[in-house]
Design a protein around this ligand. Structure first.
Ligand code: ADP
Ligand code: MG
Length: 737
């Protein structure tokens, strides 16, 4: 192969390959419409889906032992004749028990099944030759046995050697025999794997020690006899690594491309030359910045000084001090003669930010304003006018900013607080506020959006959900990310304790004690209303019950996601003003709101929540002087793992480390909520397990783009094709290819 040529085992053009892989599964031999529907239940619709349906486990069946040599405690394989088969009903266990004896020329072995499935009986009949595999135990008497062995009936005349291999084990639709699943996969691999070349540049494949994707998929389904079962089972075999790298690489290529395109737009240079405001501000600060804050401010200033438009995300725990960092960025824009706009997801939050920052603005002699939907029309008109004349250089607001024709002619910086609460379109709209006439949201939607040539304002996004670096590379791979990974000094962590369902009353009593001292408390439930499907406590009923019972003498409110945004805001406001003492809620309670008097967070059915989610909830208390408490009530049914998981909350208060644990134990979907995790939806790759490969893939993708920024060279042709097909829509890459 010549240098620079695509690493590609077939000569079929990429487009045709991609088309062949989209063949519906009902066209695969032996599948048919009924089986195809069953497979679709597992999300397997096309041949490509099936090829990526990799074994979740491998069984080493290469060594077949004589029964006499069976070692207790070892996982072994035997081949013998089924000499006895007995089905018995055990009244005490209220179930059927199936026992059998397997014999070879050296001895006999007991087989036991406590669960008998109808399809099993098809291959189990006395006299048949059987291959079995499983952990050998000491049975009754002298005989050794295997409970629930894997087994397969061997056809008469079938070569035993045939079975001596590393067998793949698949997740499969209920009632479908493993053998059928294996057969289809073998067929799919034989007929279609060759359409799956990775098209990775050869130089990258060589450097990373990768094999071609079609070879990798083949090997992952049908490992050679010489393969290492341990590395297969760890998903770290060369085949697995190659498939995972391939997945990461294209996503990173797409994200890198998107970032480059944005960076190519003209931005504004905000220099530190004047520095009058930022300098004065340092003197006004009531505290010294943490080292993390200093570092992040520096990162932001460097971005702002560059000509390309900034797109940077600051992530940091609740209370890590994002506000002041955003404010210092705003001042850098303003001292360069521009305006800064700050957008928050709710009126309450906007008001809070405005209240916190207005004082600073006044001391520095800056005009500032709050712009929300509930401003009286006259006042609103006046504010909009003063923003247009430039009299106001700092605006805090809600969606109202982008929805209603507000114009910020000298907009230099947009700050988006709690960025995950806004859509892509809304963030784009924020950048359009300097344009005249129409509401920015409409401009962002319209076709002319892409034809702008004016300088783009810088954008700073803020998020209180810390996520691990690997996940950030996937979700925010097209922007810069700064982490505020250090808390301001003097914070006492929220005292967190785990309680079992049985000691619920004690939790309520502890909460009552705090309310008695004049504090406020949250009580969180996983459900809004009772559900027929799951037996859980819900917010609505508990609010009823508690307001009539245990918490009768306290003022109690209810807040949940089925209420309108206005209703929720009303309740939140009453709680903030102290009008309500106890707030019964689902997870909707506002993230960034400061209510220093709230000292208790109770979460019932804590086992139903992710750790990061619990950490977020816990972050709503502990903002005042007084010691705050978080009580997690744990119900049965979560299993021992769930208890172990929850214990992390008792000992850990660092959101980054909690997110790390969450990612490892439950995956990105649980960590973020499924709505946000779209980009992290990999077929095989796992962000916790494969983060090293992700870093490698990212580096390679960015290096490649550095050589060929628009993927316009001949060597990049196939890459573009695959990229377009896999990520074009999701990454809105429009013009690739
Ligand atoms: P968040 O990151 O959740 O938005 P805030 O910006 O609201 O956090 O900051 C939380 C609190 O910590 C505020 O009261 C703020 O004044 C205070 N704070 C921020 N930075 C520091 C610091 N370096 N030292 C002491 N207190 C700080
Ligand atoms: Mg905040």
């Amino acid at each position: 192969m010549e240098k620079g040529e695509e690493y590609n085992s077939t000569q079929v053009p990429p487009k045709d390959c991609l088309r062949a892989l989209q063949t519906p599964l009902r066209f695969l031999k032996g599948v048919g419409p009924k089986r195809a529907a069953q497979l679709e239940g597992l999300g397997l619709r096309t041949v490509e889906d099936l090829l990526y349906h990799l074994p979740f486990r491998y069984e080493d069946r290469r060594a077949i032992k004589k029964i006499r040599q069976a070692v207790i405690g070892a996982e072994e394989s035997f081949v013998g004749r089924l000499v006895r088969l007995q089905k018995r009903y055990i009244p005490r266990m209220r179930r059927q028990l199936l026992t059998a004896t397997l014999a070879d020329d050296s001895g006999s072995l007991g087989l036991v099944w406590y669960r008998v499935r109808p399809y099993m009986m098809e291959s189990l009949a006395a006299g048949r030759t059987l291959w079995v595999h499983g952990k050998v135990e000491q049975g009754m008497g002298a005989q050794k046995r295997i409970v629930h062995p894997e087994f397969e009936a061997l056809e008469s005349g079938e070569d035993e050697g045939e079975k001596e291999k590393i067998q793949p084990v698949y997740l499969r639709p209920t009632g479908l025999p493993m053998a059928a699943m294996r057969r289809w996969l073998e067929l799919a691999v034989a007929e279609y794997a060759s359409f799956l070349p990775s098209f990775l540049p050869e130089s990258i494949a060589r450097r990373q020690g990768l094999i071609d994707l079609s070879a990798a998929i083949t090997e992952a389904h049908c490992p050679q006899k010489s393969a290492d079962p341990a590395s297969l089972n760890r998903f770290s075999s060369p085949a697995h690594r190659s498939i995972i790298f391939d997945e990461f690489f294209y996503l990173q290529l797409g994200l890198g491309l998107r970032r480059r395109r944005r960076a190519a737009l003209p931005g504004i240079r905000f220099t530190g030359a004047g520095r009058s405001l930022t300098q004065k501000m340092r003197a006004l600060l009531p505290f010294t910045l943490t080292r993390a804050q200093q570092r992040v401010v520096e990162e932001i200033y460097q971005d702002m000084e560059a000509l390309r438009p900034m797109q940077r995300l600051i992530q940091g725990d609740v209370g890590s001090g994002k506000t002041i960092v955003g404010w210092l960025a705003a001042l850098r824009a303003i001292e360069n003669g521009f305006q800064a706009v700050w957008m928050a997801p709710t009126e309450l939050l906007a008001e809070q930010h405005y209240r916190n920052l207005r004082g600073f603005a006044e001391s520095l002699g800056l005009g500032s304003a709050l712009l929300t939907g509930s401003l009286p029309p006259r006042e609103r008109k006046e504010t909009v006018r003063r923003i247009e004349t430039g009299e106001i250089s700092f605006v805090v607001g809600t969606h109202a900013l982008i929805q209603e024709g507000v114009r910020v002619p000298r907009m230099g910086l947009g700050v988006v607080d709690e960025q995950h609460r806004f859509g892509v379109l809304q963030r784009m709209a924020l950048q359009q506020l300097s344009r005249c006439g129409e509401p920015a949201l409409r401009i962002a939607q319209g076709p002319e959006f892409h034809r702008r040539a004016e300088p783009q304002p810088d954008i700073l996004l803020m998020s209180a959900t810390p996520i691990p670096r690997s996940l950030a590379m996937v979700l925010y791979g097209d922007m810069e990310v700064s982490s505020l990974d250090e808390m301001p000094p003097g914070r006492t962590p929220v005292a967190t304790r785990l309680f079992s369902d049985a000691s619920r009353e004690e939790v309520y009593r502890l909460a009552r004690d705090e309310l008695g001292k004049g504090h406020q408390a949250y009580l969180v439930y996983p459900l809004v209303e009772p559900s027929e499907r799951v037996h859980l406590r819900d917010a609505t009923q508990m609010a009823e019950e508690l307001s009539r019972g245990l918490f009768k003498e306290f003022r109690l409110g209810l807040i949940h996601g089925r209420m309108s945004a206005e209703e929720r805001e009303q309740v939140m406001r009453r709680f903030k003003e102290g009008d309500l003492q106890l707030l019964v809620a689902t997870t909707v309670i506002e993230v960034g709101i400061d209510i220093p008097n709230a000292t208790v967070m109770v979460v019932e059915h804590a086992e139903r929540f992710g750790l990061s989610q619990l950490h977020q909830l816990r972050g709503r208390v502990g903002r005042g002087e007084d010691r705050a408490h978080c009580f997690l009530v744990h119900y049965d049914g979560g299993g021992p793992d769930s208890l172990k998981r929850l214990r992390v909350m008792e000992s850990e208060s660092d959101g980054f480390r909690i997110a790390e644990a969450d990612l490892e134990m439950r995956g990105p979907g649980e960590l973020l909520g499924t709505r946000q995790s779209g980009l992290a939806d990999f077929r095989l790759a796992n962000l916790a397990r494969d983060s090293r490969l992700l870093f490698e893939a990212r580096k390679e993708a960015l290096d490649w783009l550095a050589q060929d920024p628009a993927l316009s060279r001949k060597e990049s042709r196939a890459l573009r094709e695959v990229l377009k097909q896999r990520w074009g829509k999701r990454l809105q890459l429009g013009g690739v290819g």
